[in-house]
Design a protein around this ligand. Structure first.
Ligand code: CTP
Length: 398
């Protein structure tokens, strides 16, 4: 998403400056044009040369350098985002007052780009009523804020917020600050992901090979687009995406209960989970002993969650289902779209290389209610997630 975007990275003087180098590097690698502006204090911690090497562009500090303030201020006017990381208590106070006594604060006043601050300071300074009031004031003016987190500070361990958020978290918020004002903004999106797990006995389970990757990528992308995202996840080995509310479930019944609870307030449901369709009808509460010969475990069907919760959907909401097939995928997908009353179904064939469970890529077709199929090339799951959300966005706009 960063390709061709312009980011001004404002760096103010705190020890967290060392993490700003990672931010500059990651944004540049992702394709953004990054212009770093340092305050006087920041230049004491990290030399401009470091940022120049990382971004391939001059790092600026003074209003009075050759080139003049005006051309530097233009950077702010052309930016897609002004990210200030770290934002010290002093910088936040200057911003809240509207001061323009150095290049960074001057640029901030002259820019209409979205602004994201990543505060970093001593925990006592962050807790100070004045700092809180300053941040409130900036928030009320539309400035976004990420963190600070709880964790070790330069002066020692702390159990209160003060430490700057990690670069990964800041980058996710930066993407949302840039992209989050479109049709998904303020919408409630529920994504289900991963397998479910049904007990045979306290030790053994019936489950499937779903990794959860597809659903996690959809949740991440929807949050970036400004949605309020709930991710209902079966047992998977993936870190929680930044910003989303994660609800962990284990069985198909728990997944259904969570969907039932969320659905009445949901604008978009993306049902990427692979719930177990059968569960042992009489799970044993003791570990079953080994038997000689064949073992038969009686199973009963679980509910079809999409079908069973159909009546709870909010009016005008959009429901997206998935169909993982092994052959004849389009025809089977079309039948599922109708049977489950979906607006969109994402169809893929598990037998195709690069598609299906456990891999990072997918080759899918999107089928809409009108019967038209859009066959997408082999893409990363993140790219597939974006394509799904593009299709949803068209219907949201209506
Ligand atoms: N799904 C569901 N409840 C289930 C099983 C699946 O809501 N108990 C959802 C999936 O999350 C997916 C869609 O239904 O979005 C299709 O899943 P799939 O397993 O392909 O469909 P089934 O109805 O189980 O059909 P079949 O197994 O007969 O192919």
């Amino acid at each position: 998403m960063w390709t061709g975007r312009r980011v001004v990275l404002g760096v103010s003087g705190g020890i967290a400056c060392y993490k700003s180098c990672t931010l500059a590097r990651r944004l540049t690698e992702a394709g953004a044009q990054v212009d770093v502006i340092l305050t006087r204090g920041a230049a004491e911690f990290v030399r401009p040369l470091t940022f120049e090497a990382l971004t391939g562009r001059p790092a600026l500090g003074s209003l009075w350098e050759p080139g003049g303030a005006l051309s530097h201020i233009r950077l702010g006017q052309q930016a897609d985002l002004v990210l200030v990381a770290p934002a010290t208590a002093h910088l936040i106070a200057r911003m809240a007052q509207g001061l323009a006594d150095d290049l960074l604060t001057t640029l901030l006043l002259a820019s209409t780009a979205p602004v994201l601050l990543a505060p970093a300071m001593n925990d006592e300074m962050f807790a100070h009523l004045q700092t809180r009031a300053n941040l409130e004031r900036l928030r009320a003016r539309g400035v976004s804020v990420v963190g600070p987190d709880v964790g070790a500070l330069a002066e020692g361990p702390s159990e209160r917020p003060g430490r700057m958020s990690e670069p990964e978290t800041i980058l996710a918020h930066a993407a949302r600050a840039v992209r989050g004002r479109g049709p998904f903004s303020g919408r409630r999106v529920v994504v289900t992901a991963g397998p479910t797990r049904e007990s045979i006995d306290p030790v053994r389970v019936v489950t499937n090979r779903s990794s959860g990757k597809m659903g996690y990528r959809v949740a991440e992308a929807a949050w970036e687009r400004g949605a309020d995202v709930v991710l209902v996840s079966g047992p998977v080995a993936l870190p929680a995406p930044v910003g989303v509310r994660l609800r962990r479930v284990e069985t198909t019944r728990e997944l259904e209960d969570a969907v039932r609870e969320e659905l009445p307030e949901t604008d978009v449901l993306v049902m990427a989970a692979a719930p177990a369709d059968f569960r042992p009808s009489d799970p044993s509460d003791r570990k079953r002993a080994r038997v000689d010969g064949a073992l038969a475990i009686p199973m009963e069907p679980t509910d079809d969650i999409l079908g069973a919760t159909r009546g709870l959907r909010k009016q005008g909401s959009i429901t997206v289902g998935f169909a993982l097939e092994t052959g004849d995928a389009l025809a089977k997908g079309r039948a599922k779209l109708e049977r489950k009353d979906l607006d969109l179904i994402v169809v893929n064939d598990a037998l195709e290389p690069g598609a299906g469970f456990e891999v990072d890529t997918n080759r899918v077709a999107l089928l809409g209610r009108d019967g038209a199929a859009r066959i997408l090339p082999l893409q990363t799951k993140r790219e597939v997630a974006e394509a799904i959300l593009d299709a949803v966005e068209l219907s949201l706009g209506r």
